[in-house]
Design a protein around this ligand. Structure first.
Ligand SMILES: [Zn+2]
Length: 200
């Protein structure tokens, strides 16, 4: 394991200038669960992880900190700045559809909002609708699955969108960080530190 000492930034004590700027010094459990944007070596955003995971990647020399979130992690004799954005040191090939197609991710993409009547509901009250029904040859893909409330799902049944006169309010797309600016809002993270990478 190669520790990249420059990432510790003179680490045994927080930089006094940072503290003077009113930056939090204490790191509580909450800070370790803060979302961290993960960039590929090319600066392309590829993932979001918890700060705890990001710190492990930095300590293992797999990633380096690009932006800090203002918190410090105190562990043993080391004080380390908690990252807000990290970047992998080696480029990783990311398959085109890197995010698993799952109910959870479809609901995340569609912001828990029925794509026919625009009602926002808890996950448990939503289902997935095949825009082109399976019985009509529709596939289970990012482009053919949308979040849907049960009444709309029943109303649409096995009809094609034009037959039911029910079209998704937004064209369903593969979920990725390039197209999903709303991920910042989902995470309550309107941080400029992320913005400049997400609008890449
Ligand atoms: Zn609905």
């Amino acid at each position: 394991m190669s520790l990249r000492m420059h990432n510790f930034g003179g680490s045994y004590r927080p930089h006094p200038g940072l503290l003077a700027g009113g930056v939090h010094q204490e790191t509580d459990g909450h800070a370790l669960h803060q979302p961290v944007l993960v960039l590929n070596a090319s600066y392309e955003p590829i993932n979001v992880c918890a700060a705890r995971r990001a710190i492990v990647l930095v300590l293992k020399g797999i990633a380096m900190t690009e932006e800090e979130n203002g918190h410090f992690l105190h562990a043993a004799r080391v004080a380390m700045r908690v990252p807000s954005v990290i970047r992998l040191l080696e480029y990783r090939r990311i398959p085109h559809q890197s995010r698993a197609l799952s109910r959870k991710n479809i609901l995340l993409r569609d912001r828990n909002t029925c794509q026919y009547c625009s009602t926002t509901l808890p996950s448990a009250e939503l289902t997935l609708d095949h825009v082109i029904p399976r019985s009509r040859g529709g596939l289970s893909t990012w482009e053919n699955l949308v979040a849907c409330c049960h009444p709309c799902n029943r109303r649409k049944g096995n009809q094609l969108p034009h037959e039911a006169n029910m079209r998704p309010t937004r064209e369903p797309r593969s979920f990725n960080l390039h197209t999903s600016r709303h991920i910042m809002r989902l995470m309550g993270h309107s941080d400029d530190k992320w913005r400049k990478y997400l609008f890449y």
